[in-house]
Design a protein around this ligand. Structure first.
Ligand code: ADP
Ligand code: MG
Length: 250
């Protein structure tokens, strides 16, 4: 089968308007962002806080306006956020949280839905004993596992993860990254993985976009960009992550 693009972002720009006194002042947040994603690809989006990463995710999901063209050739793309506490309804049980998208989709019996819930929990490494728990009774890592289960239960091809491990301890981060790598293989998922942490991106991604002040200043296969960064900003980010050592002598 020829490779299929599930996402094409072409020349996308976004501007916020801030009110200063009586005037509206334009604040460009994204400027001419372009990249393509093949089915099955894991693209890392790196850049310091405020560079426009979350804004780009919102444009892709169509929740905010932009100029340019975004072609999303896939159904029900899913999103996983940094803050699992505010992502999950605190009054619902884990079981109910996972069942909800299946109820909305319709066409399944209660028994079929419960089987899917059990499979999704198993896929993220949680046993059925957590089914009746509420989010507040779980650890941060367990909650993020529930968020990931809630994303994959709708059988998406694309999952956008916005700083999914940034709020977690390093050991838990490693476990969640391992889980994401496993799920990617199991379900042939594509990820847009947003992180300010270049180490984390290196562990998971095969392609990387480097964003600075709303512009993608460099993009390419991860080994190429990390070993031979071309843009000064990429070099500075790698140096700050103590990853520049990998580049050695050209
Ligand atoms: N609703 C908003 N109104 C005005 N400015 C915003 C809004 N959301 C984000 N911004 C600004 O847009 C820029 C990019 O934000 P964001 O996309 O959240 O960056 P990142 O995810 O890389 O940290 C920041 O300067 C931020 O202050
Ligand atoms: Mg963000």
């Amino acid at each position: 089968m020829p490779p299929r693009y599930i996402l094409k972002v072409d020349n996308v720009s976004n501007t916020y308007y801030e009110t200063v006194g009586f005037k509206k002042v334009a604040k460009p947040v994204l400027e001419s962002v372009s990249f393509d994603m093949l089915k099955g690809q894991i693209i890392g989006l790196v850049g310091e806080s405020g560079s426009g990463k979350s804004t780009l995710a919102k444009c892709i999901l169509g929740v905010i306006d932009y100029t340019g063209t975004i072609t999303l050739d896939t159904k029900n793309p899913q999103m996983v956020f940094q803050d699992s506490t505010s992502s999950l309804n605190p009054s619902m049980t884990v079981e109910r949280i996972l069942e909800e998208p299946l109820i909305i989709r319709g066409g399944m019996t209660k028994g079929e839905r419960m089987k899917k819930v059990e499979e999704a929990l198993d896929a993220v490494g949680l046993s059925m004993e957590y089914a009746k728990s509420k989010p507040g009774e779980l650890s941060g890592g367990q909650r993020q596992r529930v968020c990931i289960a809630a994303a994959v239960i709708s059988e998406p091809e694309l999952v956008i993860l916005d700083e999914p491990v940034s709020a977690l301890d390093v050991t838990i981060q490693a476990q969640i990254l391992e889980l994401l790598a496993k799920l990617r293989k199991k379900y042939n998922l594509s990820y847009l993985f947003i992180s300010h942490d270049l180490n984390v991106v290196y562990q998971l991604c095969d392609y990387v976009l480097v964003m600075r002040r709303g512009k993608v200043v460099e993009q390419g296969y991860i080994d190429k960009v990390y070993n031979h960064p071309e843009h000064e900003y990429t070099k500075a980010l790698l140096e700050a992550s103590e990853l520049i050592i990998k580049s050695g002598e050209n």
